[in-house]
Design a protein around this ligand. Sequence first.
Ligand code: NCD
Length: 326
Amino acid sequence: MQHLLGTSDLAKADAVDLLDIAEAMTVSGGQAVKKLPALRGRTVVNLFFEDSTRTRISFEAAAKRLSADVINFSAKGSSVSKGESLQDTVQTLGAMGIDAIVIRHPGSGTPHFLAGSEWTDAHILNAGDGMHEHPTQALLDAFTLRRILSDEPVSGPAEASFGKDLAGMRVAIVGDVLHSRVARSNVHLLETLGASVVLIAPPTLLPWGAESWPCEVRYDFDAALEEFSFDAVMMLRVQRERMHQAFFPGPREYTRLWGLTEDRYRRLPETAAILHPGPMNRGFEICAAAADSPRAAVLGQVENGVYVRMAALYRLLTGRTSEDMQ
Ligand code: NCD
């Protein structure tokens, strides 16, 4: 593997291998000294052209836990505001000697473009490109779901999930699918791993052509709760910053029809897990009772994100697989 750009072209064996490397990394999290020497002397740049809390910090923590040097670049406060192009930014960073670029960019396809360009020969990791893909988020979600399927704690060291896929699992992804790179990456990855995905959204918040994606599509949340028995429900944030027109009548209407309200939360199967990529809009797409319940895996997802990103950096920069780690 040279780059990690998306999940639509990620082979099942590579996806399972990344999850298994992440499992091996969880052992380091429980130790007093959390650092591993694997990437000593390597340099990772976090190149963020969009706001981020957890993804940027998570990549930074992952690289540091592997002993890499980390350079954080945020477009705000850089020469980008003086009109510097992506080409010049990347070539400038390249001149300083870097091994990997973790990039978040509002333009869909930017990481793919960088990977195919001659501006850099660094490994490219997509940390979210516009409304396209967010592969490490989907991998951390798959990691968390695999734990749930194996009846293990959602985070921390465990063994039963090792080597497994998600066959037999049914997952609902609910909300603003249109603007969500998390949903796109999850649909592909979960399908590759053998799970069945049901997208639930207002018709206005589903992208054109979603009917041809490898999943089922439903518009009515209540009817879908009657029809399917979900093992997990992944709520999506309503991305109002990307909305330049009215996609639904108002927030109250949205919550009433597509929110994980207390009533819907109580109607979920008792064992169903609740996931959210964060940041959450409490009281809008998810009620506090669901977000704070013992079935919510949200903080476990954040914890697992560090291990999954350690796995991605480790696999790309060392070329080693989970087998080489044993
Ligand atoms: C997501 C993103 O930025 O795509 N957040 C994240 O990475 N944890 C989802 C979102 O912003 O709603």
